[in-house]
Design a protein around this ligand. Structure first.
Ligand code: NDP
Ligand code: BG6
Length: 513
């Protein structure tokens, strides 16, 4: 499959043969794709999934024959769903040529079915409606579970028993969280596998669909200049930073049961770390890449409590405006110890990375919104220009930054001679700013991931052994934090986070970038 291109009929038929329920596919039928968004009345569906589907349609990436079904308990008809979708199609496409026409065509392919998540009969009724649309074609079905995790298993059971494709493929995209710890995640996987094969499960981590994260492998493996430096020999430390300049507003109820370590570190940041640190895969095949990522995760040293600091934001007033603290949210229990900020030092005990601190920092309600990978290199041995940097040689080391968002960029901090007769050095950037270099807008992560799921490309989805390894790394730490009732260090809303993060970095000879 060529990413970015709609699958040909032949490819679709191949997928059918790989993943069908066993019935023989009539090979001369034209394929059709039915996408069911379960939880269609929810926030994620409106904000991300429908706009991404529309963007794929606009770009000509959806197959010729397709329909989109919304499914949720909320009572509404097709027109009402279309009305909701059209209001929220505020995606990157909406200022483009022919957008209105395309939107109308897209909306005409959208339908709604109201049902309970645990009712086989309701899914059988959905199946009937799907069949009407699929008549005379070879049906492939994609279910997107955009629902809270407590109903994941019910939906998988009902959908696979009563609404899976009889002759084509059936795939299920599952949103996070995949459990709260090793045990619950293992149980979820076990339940899923009663109804689905691993090949049918597409566990989404939308950070893997971000342009700069995808580019990480291209940067490493298709340029000569980076890979030779990519080890303990030249890299002093690596930082994975996630920060949001808003709190858990509106999602406090969900968040309090999970906290920032489960929400961001165990998945988004750890996935990036695995891609960053993996050995060269045998090929670009999804299984080869995921094999290498698992090896990294399995080589990681257990996380020590003394290498972690946790924080929670408190209310703060600034410029006549007041910002609420985390526990001011009525859906958050008073006295909650759930961290909204965490920083941790992790280590990979293998030959390439022995002794290199991998620092993670993730927080909500901080002073800025950004996601970055920062690679700090070692000092130049016997630097001839040492005296030009005074005592602060740290400032003289190179740093490679991949700014995942906002304003995607890759830049390398270098030392440079300030033009002139004297010999003065300063720090400059070799800068690849995406918006200056590329005119085409960057697709949303959900577009890439939906397209991959449609094409059966699993590279950017989490395999169950990856998930197990990720939980095996974080579960003991999460248990320790909970059993010991570690109180998070409070930090004001909109600040740079707890000072403890700086002590943690200093302990490992690191300065946050
Ligand atoms: P919502 O809380 O909006 O739930 C989606 C739909 O599920 C609701 O519209 C509702 O539909 C139904 N629902 C809500 N609560 C329950 C319940 N207790 N029992 C049964 N059904 C319920 O979730 P989101 O859309 O925000 O998120 C969906 C999934 O995606 C979740 O797993 C979430 O963790 C994950 N996610 C969300 C992100 C976001 O930005 N929102 C980001 C990343 C992941 P109805 O009542 O009509 O049946
Ligand atoms: C989600 C988290 O997975 O990612 C949210 O549950 C977070 O808490 C979101 O806000 C951030 O995603 P993005 O793409 O906006 O950086």
């Amino acid at each position: 499959d060529v990413p970015g291109k709609p699958p040909s009929n032949e490819q679709a038929v191949n997928h059918v043969q790989e993943h069908s329920s066993g019935a023989t596919a009539p090979e001369n039928l034209e394929p059709t794709l039915s996408i069911t968004v379960v939880g269609a009345s929810g926030d994620l569906a409106k904000k991300k999934i429908f706009p991404a589907l529309f963007a794929l349609y606009y770009e000509g990436c959806l197959p010729k024959n397709f329909t989109v079904f919304g499914y949720a308990r909320t009572k509404m008809n097709d027109e009402e769903l279309r009305e909701i979708i059209s209001r929220t199609l505020t995606c990157r496409i909406d200022k483009r040529e022919n957008c209105d026409d395309k939107m109308e065509q897209f909306l005409n392919r959208c339908f709604y079915h109201s049902g309970m998540y645990d009712s086989e009969d309701d899914f059988a009724a959905l199946d009937k409606k799907l069949k009407e649309k699929e008549a005379g074609k070879l049906p492939n079905r994609l279910f997107y579970l955009s629902i809270p995790p407590n109903v994941f298993v019910d939906v998988v059971r009902c959908a696979s028993l009563r609404a899976s494709s009889e002759t084509g493929w059936t795939r299920v995209i599952v949103e996070k969280p995949f459990g709260r710890d090793s045990e619950s995640s293992g149980e979820l996987t076990r339940c899923f596998k009663q109804y689905l094969t691993e090949d049918q499960i597409f566990r989404i981590d939308h950070y893997l669909g971000k342009e700069l994260v995808e580019n990480l492998s291209v940067l490493r493996f298709s340029n000569l200049v980076f890979e030779p430096l990519w080890s303990r020999n030249y890299i002093r430390n690596v930082q994975f930073i996630f920060s949001e300049d808003f709190g858990t507003e509106g999602r406090g109820g969900y968040f309090d049961n999970y906290g920032i370590i489960r929400d961001i570190m165990q998945n988004h940041l750890l996935q990036i770390l695995a891609l960053f640190a993996m050995e060269t895969p045998v090929s670009l095949d999804g299984e080869d890449i995921r094999n290498e990522k698992v090896k990294v995760l399995r080589s990681m040293r257990p996380i020590q409590l003394e290498n972690v600091i946790v924080g929670q934001y408190k209310g703060h007033s600034k410029g006549g405006k007041s910002y609420p603290g985390y526990t001011d949210d009525p859906t958050v229990p008073k006295g909650s110890l759930t961290p909204t900020f965490a920083a941790a030092a992790l280590f990979i005990d293998n030959a390439r990375w022995d002794g290199v601190p991998f620092l993670m920092k993730a927080g909500k309600a901080l002073h800025t919104k950004r996601a970055e990978i920062r690679v700090q290199f070692r000092h130049v041995p016997g630097n001839l220009y040492r005296k030009n940097f005074g005592t602060d040689l740290d400032k003289a080391t190179n740093e490679l930054v991949l700014r995942v968002q906002p304003d995607e960029a890759i830049y390398l901090k270098i030392n440079n001679k300030v033009p002139g007769l004297g010999m003065r050095l300063d720090r400059s950037d070799l800068n690849l700013l995406y918006r200056a270099r590329y005119t085409k807008e960057i697709p949303d992560a959900y577009e890439r991931l939906l397209l991959d799921a449609i094409e059966g490309e699993r590279r950017l989805f989490i395999r169950s052994d990856e998930l197990d390894s990720a939980w095996a790394l974080f579960t003991p730490l999460l248990k320790e934090l909970e059993v010991q009732k570690i109180a998070p260090e409070l930090y004001p809303y909109g600040s740079r986070g707890p000072v403890g993060a700086h002590y943690l970095a200093a302990k490992h000879n690191v300065r946050w970038g």
